[in-house]
Ligand binder design. Structure first.
Ligand code: HGY
Ligand code: MN
Ligand code: MN
Length: 440
């Protein structure tokens, strides 16, 4: 972006084909559809493979050169008229979902990027730089950790061999690499991937802010810090009927105390959120005092110092509760990413595009993690949010209005065209951190 300023808004004089984008969202939402109208395509499962097949076919039908890399990222490339060695502008997101999730989370960003390509094709627009669109693997981290894994590997934050070697949580001994091969997406494209000139991602807000403030678009400023850990508590299994309370070493009780402690902590620290999303007791029987418990914590805060405070206070409290009960504590880190800050120039461009389109807009941080946070390490990056009805996400009730979906697609179109027109090498590209520590 010449002179370091935000690119100007370039209006190509046309808009996306809204009905086509809406049809794609509906069609992809049928792959892995759940009985209550949700979607379930957990990364690297057969359902994920079917979703990939559909989207890859659409990319190829749009004339894109499609490559697949060793973590299964599917990247479609629309060549530019200029020097092919020039870095591409990249748009992307993910098409894997959480369990019984929604049809917009991630899917909107990939399908809107595809719609941008189709629209440029419809109008025979040639761009100087190439345009690439990516569907990045395992953004949700539902079965294999960390989340945002595909974009983390793409940008050099995790080695592909280490990722492929991760053992499936399903306990049959297969690895992530085996599962990728089984669905036909263990590709050969180079990793880390080529650093884009700029990266933009359209996503649903997944929270209540835009709707509550009656706004049409969000210009996302960055992503809050995140910590995931799996905690194993070991007590002593015993008979539920014959073991007096004073003789128990009950791992389940300590977990219960931990859950309540997290709730108290989170309400007492500004901007803190904390969740126990997964828990399992062994042997998990009515008449046995649980001897072992495994549960996960998800702690987030935009302020790293507060995130550290919440983490420290939680584990101090947990250790005390465990010691009182005679239970031991083991910890395993699943994901840890410091807060990500997006590029001022891209944030300003998104705001200017919203104004140009007559959509009300505000700057806002993201509560959810996104692939964009990995690209913000290596190139000028930004995100566009559209409102989530009721602020709901990661649920079959996830919904965004057709009008907001189409407006988001047009905002992505103009953002992409403006980035493609902003010539010259971006000045804020840093070397992809080879195996960079996951803590920024
Ligand atoms: O967990 C997240 O914030 C994202 O949905 N992976
Ligand atoms: Mn997402
Ligand atoms: Mn998600």
């Amino acid at each position: 972006m010449p002179g370091g300023g935000a690119p100007e808004v370039r209006d190509p004089g046309f808009r996306i084909n809204g009905p086509r984008l809406l049809e794609d969202i509906a069609a992809l939402g049928e792959v892995g559809r759940t009985p209550d109208g949700g979607v379930e395509r957990l990364a690297f499962t057969p359902a994920d493979g079917l979703g990939r097949d559909l989207v890859k076919g659409w990319m190829e039908a749009a004339g894109l050169e499609v490559r697949v890399d060793g973590i299964g990222n599917v990247i479609g490339r629309r060549n530019g008229a200029g020097d092919p060695a020039r870095a591409a502008v990249m748009l992307g997101s993910h098409i894997d979902t959480v369990g019984n999730g929604g049809r917009y989370d991630g899917n909107l960003g990939v399908l809107a990027a595809l719609e941008v390509v189709r629209t440029l094709n419809d109008h025979q627009v040639e761009t100087g730089r190439p345009l690439e669109i990516g569907a990045f693997s395992n953004e949700e981290g539902s079965r294999y950790h960390p989340d945002m894994m595909g974009s983390l590997v793409y940008t050099g934050g995790m080695g592909v061999a280490a990722a492929q070697a991760l053992v499936s949580p399903d306990g049959e001994g297969q690895t992530l690499g085996d599962e990728l091969a089984a669905i036909g997406y263990r590709g050969e494209a180079p990793l880390p991937g080529p650093v884009p000139a700029a990266y933009a991602e359209l996503h649903i807000e997944q929270g209540p802010v835009l709707e509550a403030e009656g706004l049409g678009l969000g210009a996302v400023t960055g992503v809050q810090g995140i910590l995931w850990e799996e905690i194993t508590l070991t007590g002593r299994a015993n008979h539920a009927g014959t073991t007096p309370m004073r003789f128990r070493t009950d791992a389940g009780v300590v977990m219960a105390e931990a859950v309540l402690l997290l709730r108290r902590l989170a309400t007492g620290i500004p901007d803190q959120v904390a969740t126990v999303g997964r828990a399992r007791l062994w042997p998990g029987l009515t008449n046995v005092v649980p001897g072992r418990v495994e549960f996960t914590i998800d702690l987030r805060n935009p302020d790293p110092a507060r995130l550290d405070e919440a983490t420290e206070r939680f584990f101090t409290g947990l250790d005390n509760a465990a010691a009182k009960e005679g239970v031991t504590v083991a910890r395993r880190e699943l994901a840890q990413f410091g807060p990500a800050v997006f590029d001022e120039r891209v944030i300003s461009l998104v705001e200017a595009v919203a104004g140009h389109l007559g959509r009300s807009c505000r700057r806002m941080p993201s509560g959810a993690g996104h692939d964009a946070q990995m690209f913000s390490r290596v190139c000028p990056t930004g995100m566009i949010f559209i409102p989530s009805v009721g602020g709901v996400s990661h649920s079959p009730r996830e919904y965004s209005s057709d009008e907001d979906v189409v407006a988001g697609g047009n905002a992505l179109l103009l953002t992409a065209v403006s980035l493609l027109a902003a010539d010259g090498p971006p000045t804020s590209v840093r070397d992809a951190p080879a195996g960079a520590s996951r803590r920024e």
